[in-house]
Design a protein around this ligand. Structure first.
Ligand SMILES: NC(=O)c1ccc[n+]([C@@H]2O[C@H](COP(=O)([O-])OP(=O)(O)OC[C@H]3O[C@@H](n4cnc5c(N)ncnc54)[C@H](O)[C@@H]3O)[C@@H](O)[C@H]2O)c1
Length: 313
């Protein structure tokens, strides 16, 4: 890698990726519309910023991608929960935009396309840990449906020989620059009122989480051995949402009453059990180094040290 483009480079994962690549001497460009990305995350990064919307600003994208050998396509609607409020958003943001970036990459002669997919593509899997070759999963969210569809478009580009695609299916990611998900929701509630905590569902939803530094270690080093390949990323472990709530309150030094909204799912499309099989990425020499508990605690520390982020969510 010499010069790379990161779409969504001002977002949570993208800005961590930009910092990591830059510190390794790689020339980094980011393309972002700052819809959920934050200027604070990239203000001192020294990367070249192309501010625009991937849905409409194709000329700017063509300029940004020109001369890049690798594209990390992270820009997306990354919030699975609100899909049904805007039923066309995932199609536009996650499918159409991916096709736009793929087409620009093909025209620019990019050799490597790295794509951030998600463990949500497995829907309510019945085999755990769930491996990359798990059947034909029934989609349970518009987000999952859009990501697996975007993967398919990239497979078509790659088997046609335009570029190599490496697809990563992440579990939920935690760490510095975290700006959406249950940890910030809980911290925000507890800062406003430390006496109670409202938890979606019954708290027994069983999830797997990964630290953003572990995620970046894989995304920068693991590559397809073929034209197109998919790698799960996560820790080989789970926790219940209730466990995470206990770590968060312990880290904050508060002792609230828990209130549960009830039911086995937090929202329509919430997958109540997630555990990915990460053997394939491990065989490529990668392994997650941080436990779920330390990732949760680290995220709380980062949020409390950067309270301005609470005003943005
Ligand atoms: N955070 C997680 O737990 C997680 C888990 C699985 C997969 N992912 C995937 O990883 C990627 C990054 O997620 P994140 O958590 O950093 O999300 P994020 O919302 O922080 O980052 C997305 C970035 O894309 C930008 N963006 C969105 N639409 C755009 C558009 N049309 N044009 C230009 N820029 C646009 C946003 O401003 C933001 O900076 C996403 O593709 C997401 O689906 C994230």
């Amino acid at each position: 890698m010499n010069r790379v483009l990161i779409t969504g480079g001002a977002g949570f994962i993208g800005s961590n990726l930009a910092d990591s690549l830059k510190s390794n001497g790689i020339e980094v460009r980011i393309f972002d519309n700052f819809s959920t990305g934050r200027r604070e995350f990239v203000a001192e990064s020294g990367v070249e910023i192309f501010e625009g919307d991937l849905r409409t600003d194709r000329d700017l994208l063509d300029r940004a991608i020109s001369g890049c050998d690798t594209v990390f396509h992270l820009a997306a609607n990354a919030d699975v929960r609100f899909g049904w409020d805007h039923p066309f958003l995932d199609l536009q943001q996650n499918v159409m935009v991916t096709l736009e970036v793929a087409d620009a990459a093909r025209n620019a002669g990019v050799s490597d396309f790295v794509f951030s997919s998600t463990g949500s593509v497995y829907g309510e899997a019945t085999v755990f840990p769930t491996a990359e070759d798990y059947g034909s999963p029934v989609q349970t969210s518009l987000y999952g449906a859009s990501k697996i569809s975007a993967e398919s478009f990239l497979a078509a580009y790659s088997t046609a020989g335009y570029f190599r695609s490496t697809v990563f299916r992440f579990v939920s990611v935690l760490g510095a620059h975290y700006s959406h998900g249950h940890v910030i929701d809980f911290v925000k509630q507890l800062v406003a009122d430390p006496s109670k905590l409202r938890i979606l569902g019954d708290g027994t939803q069983t999830k797997s989480y990964m630290h953003v530094n572990d995620c970046i270690d894989a995304v920068t080093a693991v590559r397809s051995q073929n034209d197109f390949d998919v790698f799960n990323l996560g820790v080989p472990d789970t926790c219940q949402v209730m466990d995470s709530a206990k770590w968060i309150i312990s880290q904050m030094g508060v002792d609230p009453e828990f209130e549960f909204t009830g039911g086995s799912k937090g929202w329509v499309g919430d997958n109540p059990f997630i555990l990915l099989d990460v053997e394939k990425a491990k065989q490529m020499g990668w392994t997650a180094k941080r436990s779920i508990e330390s990732s949760v605690r680290d995220t709380v520390q980062w949020i409390l040290a950067n309270p301005w982020i609470l005003e943005k969510v």
